[in-house]
Design a protein around this ligand. Structure first.
Ligand code: THG
Length: 266
């Protein structure tokens, strides 16, 4: 499973402060600890700062790539201008995820050409101007419409990752089931892949790591290809290692045993 480390996100007060104060070592440390914990990509989100998102994004990406030249990044912004700027700034030898498009035509038309040019991976949220779907079938129908539009713009759908948007089970108890049901349906659309920002599922509940870890194992069984999460959280690293070993993706459980030796398991 592809792991995207979520910790460099301006919704976290600590990160918001570090961005504002231009605390480069603080940001770099967050990137390094997530890579050490097994992240393949580092998500960078500067949408919720008091400053200018474009400048903040430019700064944060420069900091991370100057310290880690081969870092892979995930540009996380609702603003296509910030995504465009981030792609210009990023000069490292790694790979890029754009996070994200939705079913909205304007966003697709602005962002997909940027992704085609750079051979980058693209996250598509199964939502549009009418809102977020409730059922697996609605998620599937939205994904199908997005695949058709994105293919028409020349994007290689092997690099398209659908995020079927998990919602808190504390207020909507059927949402984990509908999300999980949608994964194989969406994957049947072709070579497309699936991804999820896990932690929403447990919002409003105690011991969130317990729910997140169980949900990750279920999603892995359903075919989830990638996850946006905190890889330094041992609930998460344990669930990933156990799920990969159980699903046969970890020959002789070598990865699981290594995770244990590196004290990454609970
Ligand atoms: N899908 C996609 N992208 C996403 C999300 C998604 N990007 C943002 C988000 N969701 C994933 N990233 C984070 C980053 C940080 C936190 C949660 C998700 C986080 N949450 C704590 C909480 O929820 O309580 C805040 C606690 C803290 O201050 O540290 O940290 O779904 N495509």
């Amino acid at each position: 499973m592809l792991i995207i480390g979520e910790r460099i996100n301006s919704t976290r007060p600590r990160i918001q402060e570090a961005i504002k104060a231009r605390n480069a070592p603080g940001i770099l440390k967050e990137a390094r600890s997530q890579l050490d914990a097994g992240a393949h990509y580092i998500d960078i989100n500067c949408a919720v700062t008091s400053g200018d998102e474009l400048q903040d994004m430019d700064w944060a990406i420069s900091v991370v790539q100057s310290g880690i030249p081969d870092v892979n990044i995930c540009i996380d912004s609702p603003n296509y201008l910030a995504i465009e700027k981030a792609l210009k700034v990023y000069k490292a030898g790694g790979r890029v995820f754009i996070n994200s498009i939705t079913g909205e035509d304007q966003r697709i038309e602005k962002i997909v050409p940027l992704a085609v040019r750079g051979d980058t991976k693209l996250i598509a949220l199964t939502m549009d101007e009418t809102g977020m779907p409730n059922t697996a079938e609605e998620r599937f129908r939205l994904a199908k419409r997005i695949v058709d539009k994105v293919e028409r713009l020349g994007f290689n759908t092997e690099n398209l990752y659908f995020d079927a948007l998990i919602r808190p089970i504390s207020t909507e108890p059927d949402q984990a089931r509908e999300f999980l049901r949608s994964i194989p349906m969406i994957k049947a659309l072709g070579r497309v892949k699936t991804i999820c920002g896990l932690s929403n599922v447990s919002y409003g509940l105690p011991s969130r790591g317990t729910i997140n870890a169980a949900f990750l194992a279920m999603a892995a069984q359903s075919g989830l290809d990638a996850a946006i999460l905190d890889p330094t959280d041992r609930h998460m690293s344990s669930s990933i290692a156990a799920s990969m070993a159980l699903l046969g993706g970890d020959e002789y459980c070598a990865g699981y045993i290594r995770a244990f030796r590196e004290a990454k398991l609970q």
